[in-house]
Design a protein around this ligand. Structure first.
Ligand SMILES: Cc1cc2nc3c(=O)[nH]c(=O)nc-3n(C[C@H](O)[C@H](O)[C@H](O)COP(=O)(O)O)c2cc1C
Ligand SMILES: O=C(O)C(=O)c1ccccc1
Length: 375
């Protein structure tokens, strides 16, 4: 058994553009690298449920609303995107394609969307932003950050992201420890191969000159560290990995500019719920004060519109972007973004929506029941 269908029955894409790219990626990648990209923690329940939960939901279209051609643009902290489909931060793009994050950045910029570039990228953040800005001068790149136990290390990373031209920080809060991933254990995959490194981690305080520091994950991190970060940067900060409504309220109290409802693509707490099932309680708690984004299991325009109807301002896509990158490089990522955005526009039109905000949570219903999802 080498993939999620076998281990947990995740109904991943097998047809359409995404299915084609997924198949091509799988054929091209070394099995251990495929498993690293595709796998999740534990029994891969959260991974499978992210996808399955969307399949349990249906959309109630509104009719005869004279909505016209839908506008897919969204306004976000530090970005105006022409699509609600953003690129979620994923590590190690050079494992997928030799052009790595540069290829992803060019495709994101050309599509007019936000690349949330991972702190664990195999290309330095300055080079990622430069690649995006070669395509589009006002391309938005956000920097995903794991708060480091050493404040001087975190600060050095933030200065790098600022100097590179990133327009927001995304603090990943769901990783007090690294998830246990059975596939990586079985494959003995725990590090990048020779010749590749986490380029943002070079030359930081406490590291030998030019050697990359390991990314630390720490259960000692608290809201105090987030507050410390806020005091040291002008960039808007989004908190990624929020699933509990009280944490959403807490993040607002600490001045977060946005939230990303996420279970890290099922790679951290395997017992976590599907993200779309956690979303309604979060948007209810937030009550429009800051934008709430979602990632996990987005594989179609209907999934995007379902998340939007439940109150998300935008969504992030992780694995499908890696499929596109591994299969066809920049062109493959462009195909994934065009496909998901095109489907989203089509579903918005079929639902009678003018734009991404012109939807209501009463349009999302549980299949096989008469109730409305999330109450
Ligand atoms: C291979 C891989 C690497 C990831 N690396 C990171 C990371 O470096 N930082 C982070 O915050 N999230 C990371 N994530 C989680 C994604 O940002 C996102 O939450 C998840 O992939 C969304 O689910 P999806 O893959 O079903 O779209 C990673 C996910 C994958 C699949
Ligand atoms: O694999 C991941 O999900 C991830 O977040 C990560 C973080 C640091 C290094 C490599 C991967």
């Amino acid at each position: 058994m080498t993939d999620a269908e076998a281990t947990s029955g995740v109904p991943e894409a097998t047809s359409g553009v995404l299915g084609e790219l997924r198949g091509k990626a799988r054929a091209r990648l070394e099995p251990a690298h495929w498993d690293f990209f595709e796998g999740g923690a534990g029994r891969e329940t959260a991974l499978a449920e992210n996808v399955r939960a969307f399949g349990r939901l249906a959309l109630l279209p509104r009719v005869l609303r004279g909505a016209g051609e839908p506008d897919t643009a969204v306004e976000l902290p530090g970005a105006r995107a022409s699509t609600p489909v953003l690129i979620a931060p994923t590590a190690f793009h050079r494992l997928a394609h030799h052009e790595g994050e540069r290829a992803t950045a060019r495709a994101a910029a050309a599509a007019g969307t936000v690349l949330i570039t991972s702190m664990a990228s195999t290309t330095a953040v300055a080079d990622v932003v430069a690649a995006a800005r070669e395509v589009r001068a006002d391309a938005a790149v956000w920097f995903q950050l794991y708060l480091q136990p050493r404040a001087d290390v975190t600060e050095a990373l933030v200065r790098r992201a600022e100097e590179a031209g990133c327009t927001a920080l995304v603090v990943t809060a769901d990783s007090p420890v690294f998830g246990r991933r059975a596939r990586d254990d079985r494959n003995g995959f725990h590090d990048l191969p020779p010749g590749m490194a986490a380029e943002n981690m070079r030359g930081l305080p406490g590291a030998p000159p030019d050697a990359p520091l390991d990314i630390a994950m720490s259960p000692a991190l608290s809201w105090d560290h987030l507050r410390g970060l806020r005091e040291r940067t002008e960039l808007p900060i989004l908190v990624k990995g929020v699933l509990h409504p009280d944490d959403a309220r807490h993040a607002i109290g600490e001045g977060a500019a946005g939230l990303i409802v996420s279970n890290h693509g099922g790679r951290q707490l395997d017992a976590a719920p599907a993200t779309v099932e956690a979303l309604p309680r979060i948007t209810e708690a937030v009550a429009g004060r800051i934008p709430v984004l979602l990632d996990g299991g987005i594989r179609s325009g209907a999934d995007v519109v379902t998340a939007l109807a439940l109150g998300a301002a935008a969504v992030g896509v992780g694995r499908p972007v890696l499929w596109g990158l591994a299969a066809e490089g920049e062109a493959g990522v462009a195909r994934v973004l065009a496909e998901l955005t095109g489907q989203t526009a089509h579903v918005l039109a079929l639902c009678g929506a003018r734009d991404c905000a012109d939807l209501n949570r009463d349009q999302v219903v549980l299949r096989g029941a008469r109730g409305v999802a999330g109450g």
